[in-house]
Design a binder for this molecule. Structure first.
Ligand code: HEM
Length: 458
């Protein structure tokens, strides 16, 4: 492949949209295999699609105004779906992601300041320290095929662990990894019964999930106990210190022990795999389009990206940030935002009955024919400062409205710093032929192991 392609030829792989309408049974198997193959051509052209699936009314929303209505204007009429609750409750309990109503408002007000832009300097330090270790590991594997995804998953979990519990990570990280892997493999995706059974009835997987919850809580209890044995610091070392000290600005209330534990779980679970796959797809795109990787390397080369200064230096990485933004457009890790109508509503003149499942798919919206110019083309320039910004409700890698991702700044800080450091040090090349297809599991993953070869830039 030549080093520089005309930008309109930069079309990275995606599964073809099916040409015929899928039946219920076919639809279920596609959902299990790869939900990104579910939506046919009309999904990428129409504003709203109505249908019925697994006994429920279903709506796919693409029109920005309708998305705003569900996520913002009438947000209180919509809640998390029973399947989401079933799958996540055993691991994140009553934490922010699943909380509703007054409990959610209290948690959100209390947590948001710990993840606001002013704490990014502290978190950037943890990111860079973990990234230095990741790069040192790569140094031993130059010029040989290496699978980056598992290494990026370890890195992101290390960042989640150290930024949460800076001191305890070494002692507990192997167990943390083992537990999270076990949950992901056995219980992390909804099975058929999770989707069709009404909320009060346990599904076959729920018994294992209950067992897992006991194991997970015992583990977190031990980490927190070890933490409490440390002398209290003068200034916050990490997210745990920030969360422990956090108070609701309206009521002055902090988190009790059980709530703190669920918030810790929520931050670790919501944050690490999403960020790992963001970095994976960015590396994949950097290997596909080396001229764009060179631009990142040139931008990062003169900067001091060491732990103490990286939080500031991030402002000088606008192209790297645009590259990440564009990767998140074409490969949004959270490819589906689901809500269930709790009350009746009207969307685009159509009645929405309680129980209707509303899907807003960043995967579909980001590739929508009417919302984007050259939607399948990878072009970071569209996110550079000075370019026309995308319509707010047409670009949703972190959701939108009151429940927008609370970890967005942190995730972007991590993704930008790790990618900038990696690409200024190494050229990435893909090893072996064939296209890598995105597959929607819990997040958007590659459909097979992908090997890269790294060569030093100097
Ligand atoms: C690239 C990485 C990430 C992506 C793509 C992502 C995506 C999202 C999306 C789409 C939502 C909204 C879900 C909805 O409306 O149903 C969300 C919510 C959330 N995210 Fe993230 N996220 C990322 C990283 C993180 C990190 C690093 C953290 C924590 C440190 C985090 C914590 C949360 C939490 C707690 C919520 C629920 C917020 C609420 O309901 O108030 N996320 N995320």
């Amino acid at each position: 492949m030549p080093d520089t392609l005309p930008h309109t030829l930069r079309i990275p792989p995606r599964p073809p949209a099916p040409t015929r309408v899928r039946g219920q049974v076919d639809g279920f198997f596609v959902l299990r295999r790869n939900p990104l193959e579910l939506w046919g051509a009309p999904a990428y052209e129409e504003d709203i699609l109505f249908g019925r699936f697994l006994g429920r009314e279903q709506v796919l929303l693409n029109a920005p105004d309708a998305i705003r209505q569900v996520l913002v204007t009438n947000a209180e009429k919509y809640g998390r779906s029973p399947a989401t609750i079933r799958v996540l409750r055993p691991i994140i309990g009553e934490g922010l992601f699943l909380a509703e109503g007054a409990a959610w408002r209290h948690q959100r007000r209390t947590i948001a300041p710990a993840l606001a832009p002013r704490t990014m300097g502290l978190l950037a330090r943890h990111v860079v320290t973990a990234s230095e270790e990741f790069e040192a590991g790569l140094e031993k594997r130059l010029y040989r095929p290496v699978q980056l995804l598992p290494l990026l998953q370890l890195l992101a979990l290390e960042v989640a662990g150290t930024s949460m519990f800076s001191l305890q990570t070494a002692e507990f990280s192997a167990e943390l990894r083992a537990l999270i892997t076990k949950y992901g493999l056995r219980y992390g995706r909804p099975g058929l019964f999770d989707l069709v059974l009404p909320a009060p009835y346990p599904s076959t997987l729920d018994f294992g999930r209950d067992r897992f919850r006991r194991e997970w809580l015992a583990f977190l209890g031990r980490v927190i106990e070890a933490r409490r044995a440390q002398p209290a610091p003068d200034s916050p070392r990490d997210l745990f210190d920030l969360l422990e000290a956090a108070r609701d600005p309206e009521t002055g209330e902090g988190f009790g022990e059980a709530q703190l534990r669920d918030e810790v779980s929520t931050m670790i679970i919501a944050g690490h795999e999403t960020t790992a796959v963001t970095l994976f797809w960015s590396c994949y795109l950097a290997a596909l389009y080396p001229d764009l990787a060179d631009r990142i390397a040139a931008e990062a080369a003169p900067l001091d990206l060491s732990p103490e200064t990286a939080g500031e230096a991030i402002r000088s990485l606008p192209y790297t940030r645009a590259f990440i933004d564009e990767s998140l457009r074409l490969y949004p890790p959270a490819f589906l935002i689901v809500r269930q109508a709790m009350e009746a509503d009207v969307i685009d003149g159509r009645a929405i009955v309680p129980g209707t499942v509303i899907s807003i798919s960043p995967w579909v919206v980001h590739r929508h024919r009417r919302l984007w110019r050259d939607p399948d083309v990878f072009d970071p320039d569209r996110f550079l400062p000075g370019a026309t910004p995308p319509e707010r409700f047409a670009y949703l890698p972190f959701g939108a409205g009151p429940r927008v991702c609370v970890g967005m700044q942190f995730a972007l800080t991590e993704a930008v710093l790790v990618l900038a450091r990696l690409l200024r040090r190494y050229r990435l090349r893909l090893v072996g032929g064939g296209e890598v297809m995105p597959r929607g599991l819990v997040t958007v993953q590659p459909d097979r192991p992908v090997r890269f070869e790294l060569a030093p830039r100097t």
